[in-house]
Design a protein around this ligand. Structure first.
Ligand SMILES: Cc1cc2nc3c(=O)[nH]c(=O)nc-3n(C[C@H](O)[C@H](O)[C@H](O)COP(=O)(O)OP(=O)(O)OC[C@H]3O[C@@H](n4cnc5c(N)ncnc54)[C@H](O)[C@@H]3O)c2cc1C
Ligand code: SF4
Length: 531
């Protein structure tokens, strides 16, 4: 089935797709969006019920292989040190994300110049700054301007979430240690803001926010985009970008949940299917835009470290946002005396309700079971605080996404297979940061710290697999997301990142998508399109 031609076809309704589609619609473009998932059903979230942690898994779990719904595609991870975590729905990963919101730092764009590794981005922090400011307003980010570790500029529109007892204890410890900390920035509303309601501090953010306070793009972007005429097709799995005889993208072939085949013809195609879904689709399209051989390569997954402290006092840490109550950039920049380059960001998080304190996440190899179970729950519940550490992952061409030879999704399309090993630099970086984070919690009064390095279920940031650059021999897309090989095919998600930074990615994914969209709109008259 083939409908009439549209101006733009976007694949993926996560934050990258939402930002692009909304802005294009505001500028008068006719837009069709293909999303294999559906609108989230918050009636299933049950965050107000005391047992919500028990039955959140099938609907709100982070691992597509565990959820296994027909709108999910499986991800083969047996040759990866880390399991990939994605959410397939209108809103993409923002439905289950922790909503920690963090801009990249100026040094993140210049790691070749500063540290002699990987590549510089073909743009600077200053180029992206106005777009950060705009998306922070659109997402309703809360936080506090003036962090001396960041360049000056406008801050987020809403005040930060409360530090709480846990945050105050650790902040005071950092003051004594002379270490950096700053109130957390989160895509969580601290008061009524547009479509968002004020956060009620239930710590259910990672299982779908039924209270309407977390800034997921099904709330902040899609209703308005649809209101402006965007046609959002749900249950629509893109299986191939189709090209014409001149090598221009001519549209996207897709399958609906009833198995019917469709073709959406478009003047421009924008892929926003994330660092796994986008290279998968290019590979499914016969290796499209891959003259550099880099499609799928340089996968970065941000190895994630966790140190949890146990405290005698009740820190009220079963509550609060599961974003970051405060963060520290103390060890973010390179110090070569440490034996590695680059660094990471620490976010102070609660440890969840009674079930969360028994599980491998965030406790690593220390889940609770059997003898000592009740004592363990008593010691952990509300009496613990956790540093979650996002570490910079350097690109390596052997870390990659390929098509699996046997595993398929519910439409019979080859599933992505991940081949990924944590590099030596990341291992050293992680060990250093875990040790320093443990010191921080001890200074805050922890009588015991539990370190959970390298938990498999932490691959929530997928970056780098469709590299951006100016040289077609060494990159797939240009600095505006346009494929070097296919001038009307664009990639606006985190696939394009030349390096990974050490911060949570949605702020930069959203800002980059907006920047690329504005460039596409400005150049509309010169845009090459199929005839
Ligand atoms: C549990 C968890 C916690 C996280 N916490 C944070 C955090 O605190 N802060 C932060 O910054 N980031 C966090 N992230 C990461 C963040 O959610 C992602 O980086 C972000 O959502 C990526 O945005 P995107 O638009 O590129 O892709 P996605 O949000 O992944 O959206 C891509 C969409 O494309 C769709 N799609 C893919 N392939 C196809 C196809 N062939 N046809 C049709 N549709 C397709 C998918 O169904 C999906 O909905 C977290 C992620 C998870 C899973
Ligand atoms: S803590 Fe706030 S943002 Fe998180 S789920 Fe609860 S209401 Fe939503």
């Amino acid at each position: 089935m083939s409908a009439g031609r549209v101006d733009v076809c976007v694949v993926g309704a996560g934050p990258a797709g939402a930002v692009a589609a909304k802005r294009l619609a505001e500028s008068g473009f006719g837009v069709v969006v293909l999303e294999q998932g559906h609108w989230p059903d918050y009636s299933q979230a049950r965050a107000a019920e005391p047992d919500f942690e028990i039955d959140s898994g099938p609907e709100w779990g982070w691992n597509p292989n565990v959820r296994g719904r027909e709108q999910d595609y499986p991800v083969e991870c047996s040759e990866s040190d880390i399991d990939v975590l994605v959410y397939n729905a209108v809103g993409g990963g923002t439905i289950v994300y922790a909503a920690q919101w963090h801009r990249s730092l100026p040094s993140d764009f210049r790691v070749r110049t500063l540290d002699g590794v990987a590549d510089d981005w073909p743009l600077t922090y200053e180029d992206l700054r106005p777009f950060y400011e705009r998306v922070e307003t659109d997402f309703g980010v809360s936080g506090l301007a003036g962090d001396p570790a960041l360049p000056p500029g406008a801050g987020p529109p809403l005040p930060p979430v409360p530090l709480g007892r846990m945050g105050r204890r650790v902040a005071q410890a950092h003051n004594r240690l002379g270490r950096h900390w700053w109130p957390g920035s989160n895509a969580i509303a601290t008061r009524e803001y547009g479509a968002l309601r004020p956060c009620v501090q239930r710590a259910a953010c990672l299982f779908g926010c039924a209270d309407g306070a977390k800034s997921s793009v099904d709330r902040t972007h899609w209703p308005e985009a649809v209101g402006r005429g965007v046609r959002l097709e749900t249950g629509a799995r893109a299986r191939r970008v189709v090209c014409d005889r001149d090598g221009l993208a001519d549209g996207v072939e897709w399958v609906d949940r009833a198995g019917r085949e469709h073709l959406t013809r478009a003047d421009v195609v924008i892929l926003c299917a994330n660092g796994i879904g986008t290279p998968r689709l290019l590979l499914l399209s016969g290796g499209l835009a891959n003259s550099s051989g880099l499609v799928g390569r340089r996968l970065m997954l941000h190895p994630f470290g966790i140190v949890t402290g146990l405290f005698e006092d009740d820190l009220d840490s079963a509550q609060g946002v599961w974003g970051q109550h405060l963060y520290s950039l103390e060890f973010y920049e390179t110090d070569t005396d440490r034996g590695f380059v680059r660094g990471g960001k620490w976010g102070l998080q609660p440890t969840g309700g009674p079930l969360s304190v028994t599980r491998p996440w965030p406790w690593g190899d220390h889940p609770l079971w059997g003898a000592g179970f009740h004592d363990g729950v008593r010691r952990r519940l509300g009496h613990s605080a956790m540093w979650g550490i996002v570490t910079e992952d350097l690109p390596d061409e052997s870390n990659r996404v390929v098509l699996d030879e046997t595993l398929t999704d519910s439409d019979g399309l080859p599933a992505p297979k991940i081949i990924y090993r944590i590099g030596e630099n990341s291992r050293r970086l992680m060990d250093f940061h875990l040790a320093r984070a443990g010191e921080s919690l001890v200074e805050a009064g922890a009588y015991e710290t539990i370190t959970a390095p390298r938990i498999r279920a932490t691959g929530w940031h997928q970056l780098g697999t469709v590299k951006m650059g100016t040289d077609p021999a060494d990159s797939v897309v240009d600095p505006w997301g346009r494929a070097h090989d296919v001038p009307n095919l664009f990639v606006f998600d985190g696939s394009t990142w030349p390096t990974s930074s050490g911060t949570n990615p949605v702020a930069t994914i959203a800002a980059m998508s907006l920047r690329c969209t504005e460039h596409l709109i400005a150049g509309r008259r010169a845009q090459e399109v199929p005839t």
